[in-house]
Design a protein around this ligand. Sequence first.
Ligand code: SF4
Ligand code: SF4
Length: 222
Amino acid sequence: MLGEGILKGLGETARNFVGSYVSAERLTTIQYPEERIAPIEATRDFPFLVYDGADWEAGLRCVACQICEKECPPKCIYIVKSTDKKPDALGKLQIYPVRFDIDISVCMSCQICVEVCPFEAIKMDTQFELSTTDRFGGLLYDRKELAKSNEYYHSIHPIEAKKVDAHLAEEKMKADAKAGAAAAAAAAKAAAAPVVAKPAVPATPAAAPAGATQRAEGEKQG
Ligand code: SF4
Ligand code: SF4
């Protein structure tokens, strides 16, 4: 019927309007900022960097592979790699970001950086009250401002963070098993290697005892 969709929409609006006087579930607006709705699991605003443990700098999961920097559509990520290495979340020596900036004023919250990261190092935050009078510097976040703990990640995306923890634990188990197998194979190879005999060293003539020399000299003189 012509206009059926419009009538349905008006009916729903009327149901919410009348219902809001008797049921809180029918309220579609709240008195923000005094009232707030808890963000749902899928809420996303801008990215942050996850770290494990108590030290944000040592615990950053990011290994500066720069995949997110390359894939970010508006190019608002800037990374500088380290020249040395430190252990990553799996205990493997890796390079790390000495600089990791995101220009939040340019970020469009697409989450591509999160999707492409192979190390579960970057996730989407739910913070949206980020207004500032400093249009440029105030919205350019460095790695310290971007770093947030895994506990924080669990608090905003509990279901997703649990899956990520399980995935990282599985990866660590695989890496440990691989390292153990490689060490066992190396040890077995070393044990099976033939022992190469050392060439015999020619015996040096034994020095004549001092008493014998003296006797010989005495016989010559006599
Ligand atoms: S969310 Fe999208 S735009 Fe923002 S930093 Fe990640 S890839 Fe770039
Ligand atoms: S956040 Fe992930 S994808 Fe981006 S540089 Fe770090 S490890 Fe690579």
